[in-house]
Design a binder for this molecule. Sequence first.
Ligand code: PHE
Length: 502
Amino acid sequence: MRLPETQVAVLEAASATDAQTIDQLAEATGLKPETVTGAAFDLRDDGLVAVDEELETSASLTEEGEEYLDDGLPEVRLYRAAIDAGADAEPVEMGQLIGASGLGGPQVNIALSNFARKGYGVIDGGAVDANADADPDADEEAAALSAVADDEAGDVADDVLDQLESRGLVERSERTVRLVTLTDDGVTALMEGVEAAQTVDRLTPEMLTSGEWQDVEFTEYNVEADAPTAQGGKTHILRQTADRVKDTLVGMGFQEMEGPHADADFWINDCLFMPQDHPARTHWDRFALDVPPIQEIPADLVDRVESAHREGVGEDGDGYHSPWSEDFARAIALRGHTTSLSMRYLSGYAQGDLEPPQRYFSVEKVYRNDTLDPTHLLEFFQIEGWVMGEDLSVRDLMGTFEEFYRQFGITDIQFKPHYNPYTEPSFELFGRHPETGELIEIGNSGMFRPEVLEPLGIECDVMAWGLALERLLMLMYGFEDIRDVHGTLCDLELLRETEVLH
Ligand code: PHE
């Protein structure tokens, strides 16, 4: 019989003794374990060997286990110190024994909790009364520690190993061991003689030019052999969705805004007609930064914003009549929304004066001092956007959202009237979670108020929004806990297996 070289080697090695493990065969043949496994399975398919699988438990000492192997178990050390001090005749003070045994720190408690359990004696009122008949040389757990160290855990009783494992001295692990045994057909084949088929495992340029390739036999690939799973790198699903959102908005005629993550409260809040005593502006909600205040803000804009806060805008306008401090406005914090970018652009500060119509967006990170839960993170991505134009209405706003979400397969957006200090009217957006069926909030929007637009020098309408990228992802993929998707607790398996939508 002719067989590939590796199979001949494995078959011959397997005939040496009964039932050999893959590792033993690898050692005997000098082949790699995975090569032996592949050959063994091929031989099994031809009926020449049997491959049996067994679950093997192996045990190893933890660092603490190693320490007790060298120094002795704490309870044994305590017992020996007690016997030396005559505690088998008359109880001896605990403190004295601890000194004599050299036990320190947590080992004292470990010694005490195992001492009585093992019948080394009793501890009563701080004194140790040792049992004269106990034999520390026969300590099962001490013997088991050495057995584990010598790789002979198989000889140790299960309950003793369980005890050592629960004491954190031993760690157990399981692996599948494959045992290869010759079948009767295998024995016959060997008796009749097997020879290695001369196979070639690599096609070379020389073989091609000489034409030798036509006469040789090529090694077969075993496409079913066990192989490690290779995980390729890929773009994170959130980043991929952010890019897709950007493409979509560019396709809808928007231009991208950019600007600082840490910004002056002036751009984050004051321009938005957010009163300086608004709860969102307190230190609970805001990530303040200990850096010098911002210098460069157009002075006339500061004046107009202050005046809007104090007196309002227009003929019958009314301000907040609450304190307004320029220092407060110049202080720096992490932005809690990207509407700060919209303010920079709408003021002309970022881009120069803008003539309507204009459309701008950003897909950028924002920071909020929220409590972490399945739908809230301290950092998340906001899809910010605004449209500047003559005679815009709520219908334009709704139509824009419907058009935007439709491109992500989401067609049942719902709107709920809402309040923002900077928009009137304002709407929250909701979408239905595909798994739980619940309505979840996905964004906030509105038409900027005159108190926002007038100080910026804008005479037409501006509609604007902030949508949560993570919530869009939840609607698209049915994720239920956003912490599975990003951050330190993310579920790598889920991220690997989720089929990315394009
Ligand atoms: N800044 C708002 C938020 O973070 C979103 C928004 C932007 C609302 C612009 C209206 C206008 O929720």
